[in-house]
Design a binder for this molecule. Structure first.
Ligand code: C5P
Length: 220
């Protein structure tokens, strides 16, 4: 068997949205399709890595050769990632994790009564920040979906969450990002900037995987 670029490496990737339960029949979520994370998982497997994909609810099929773990809430995702992260060489946080969860999930379906109602929310754990805070942290890559001041917000996240790289996409632009089959990314390290121009998510994923491998080598 031929040795590939990522042979012997373990990559852990999160993808898709999370669902935060309100009661047994309702939840809060977002429009993430999971396409970018799945494309990265496929590209990493093709490059020879052992890939674990911790996935929120999506309608995509599992890329061949990828070990997929299904989760629903941000808390589930956090728990699975912290369990799987040992011996991981590269962690990529591609999931659109809900920032908040419902403070008190109702055990019964909430009945309709008053004209208005309130739901209290509390902050979810920050998965990528918790991984990057580990003593033997993997090479850690985050995503930043922004609509303005992309470079400023992306670099702020890179530093605040102690990441090695951050991939920023402009979700205000048509035909890329959320749900689209195409994407364009600007990737920041502490002192460098890399442009991955608009292409299919599969092409962008291949370029991103190569860039991560190269930046990880440079760091070691
Ligand atoms: O702070 P913000 O949610 O914009 O950061 C986005 C990055 O952080 C993404 O890589 C996302 O997967 C990750 N994230 C996470 N856990 C959270 C929130 C975001 O891993 N609770």
């Amino acid at each position: 068997t031929q040795s590939k670029l990522l042979t012997g490496q373990h990559w852990l990737i999160t993808a898709g949205p999370t669902r935060e339960a309100i009661d047994p029949v309702r939840y809060i979520s977002n429009h993430s399709s999971g396409k970018m994370g799945y494309a990265i998982a496929q590209a990493a497997v093709n490059a020879g890595a052992t890939v674990t994909l911790v996935s929120g609810p999506v309608t995509l099929s599992t890329p061949s050769g990828v070990n997929r773990i299904n989760v629903s809430s941000a808390e589930n995702m956090h728990q699975q990632v912290m369990t799987q992260v040992e011996n991981t060489d590269v962690f990529i946080a591609c999931a659109a994790v809900a920032d908040y969860k419902i403070a008190e999930v109702s055990a019964q379906k909430i009945k309709k009564s008053a004209e208005t109602m309130q739901i209290n929310l509390v902050k979810n754990p920050d998965i990528v920040a918790d991984v990057a805070a580990l003593a033997n942290k993997p090479f850690t890559v985050g995503f930043a979906a922004e609509t303005q001041d992309i470079e400023h917000y992306a670099k702020d996240k890179l530093k605040r969450k102690n990441l090695d790289l951050i991939a920023a996409n402009d979700v205000a632009k048509n035909g890329q990002g959320f749900n689209s089959d195409n994407n364009a990314l600007t990737v920041f390290s502490y002192n460098k900037k890399f442009e991955l121009p608009l292409a299919s998510k599969s092409d962008v994923a291949q370029q991103l995987v190569a860039l991560i491998a190269q930046q990880r080598d440079e760091k070691q």
